[in-house]
Design a protein around this ligand. Structure first.
Ligand code: GLY
Length: 352
């Protein structure tokens, strides 16, 4: 068992536990400390784990959302808030989020808003949610065509990460988690070496279970030092400007797959700007090992326009990128939209 604590002085502590069998043991033990708990999940996860959760937790109130990123909306949020109100939740009660990144983001935001904030326990069931989205207190829904436009920073009281959930993950979900894991590798030399050494085992569930705690520890450390993304935490946006642009434009793949594409493309941009070519090639090979092959990408010009509207961009006509640069090194770089578009077109042609 591994444990980490994030203490965001202005908000609250988050205890993160990596352990097997959390539905049967750790979760019921934690909920015994609350007057009432309410569980939020999505339809797919509930079909897989609902019976086990019911057996362990008894007569807990449950609300499920339809599965999929496209449901990360204010409507889903308000339907959950209505269910929490109907269940009579009070301030000392707790919301359990059982599912992937979308459930965690929407549920985390509902817990932050309900009665100005009740405790949230995250039980992330996907690789991506365990290594990234459940850790660090970012909660949000998409709004007005912008990813994560409406949300809060609020640490969950607990995150219970159980590698047992990986047994039911489709390969594409593993690929999505690898997007964030390879991003961590681009920021942390030890993680990079582990990934390089195991490039042929990236989809091996035992390997993934072994590297989840190190990924959580890496992210928890970044969040501990900059919970509100005023500086250091921006490193975690590596590859994400391009990822979000193609995600909004194309929408056929999942977030983590676009992160792999975004990291690949931003490595190419960094190489043009003087980054370490040999290392960036290795990083790209890791992205390709996770992706299988590079999918066809839609029109680069449109992607550049969309990137300008990313909420990370404060100056009109400019695009902000967190670029991988050398082993363990990243660079924050602002580019004119035109220059960024030319880079996307150049790289897009080289991929055809
Ligand atoms: N997923 C990036 C962050 O939590 O900051």
């Amino acid at each position: 068992m591994k444990g980490f604590v994030i203490s965001d002085k202005s908000v609250q502590k988050s205890r993160i536990v990596c352990r097997k069998g959390v539905l049967g043991k750790a979760l019921p033990a934690l909920l015994a400390g609350y007057r009432q708990a309410f569980l939020f999940s999505d339809e797919r996860v509930w079909e897989l784990y609902g019976a086990r959760a019911r057996k362990a937790l008894g007569t807990i109130g449950v609300h499920t959302m339809p599965s999929g990123e496209e449901h990360k909306t204010p409507e889903t949020l308000f339907s959950l808030l209505a269910a929490m109100a109907a269940a009579g939740l009070h301030r000392g009660d707790c919301l359990v989020c059982l599912g992937g990144g979308v459930v965690g983001d929407v549920g985390g935001l509902a817990a932050a808003l309900y009665m100005r904030g009740i405790d949230c326990i995250q039980v992330p069931t996907t690789l991506l949610a365990q290594v990234d989205s459940s850790v660090g207190g970012k909660t949000a829904v998409d709004f007005c065509g912008v990813k994560n436009l409406v949300g809060t920073f609020r640490q969950s009281a607990y995150v219970l990460a159980d590698p047992g959930f990986f047994a039911t993950l489709p390969v594409r979900e593993v690929r999505c988690g690898l997007g964030e894991i390879i991003k961590h590798g681009a920021l942390c030399p030890q993680l990079f070496d582990t990934l390089e050494e195991n490039r042929d085992h990236l989809f091996d569930l035992d390997f993934l279970a072994r590297i989840v705690p190190d990924n959580i520890a890496f992210k928890a450390d970044v969040v501990r030092r900059d919970a509100r993304e005023s500086g250091l935490r921006k490193c975690l946006n590596l590859g994400h400007t391009t990822a979000h642009a193609y995600e909004l434009l194309d929408g056929k793949l999942s977030h983590g797959e676009y992160v792999l594409i975004g990291t690949y493309i931003e490595a190419e941009i960094a190489a043009e700007l003087g980054g370490d070519r040999q290392y960036l090639k290795q990083l790209q090979q890791l992205c390709l090992a996770a992706l299988g092959k590079m999918p066809r990408l839609p029109d680069a010009g449109q992607a550049a326009v969309i990137a300008r509207f990313d909420k990370k961009n404060t100056q009109s006509g400019r695009v902000t990128l967190t670029l991988p640069f050398a082993k363990g090194e990243y660079r924050l770089r602002e580019m004119e939209e035109g220059e960024y578009e030319r880079e996307l077109v150049r790289i897009g042609r080289s991929l055809c």
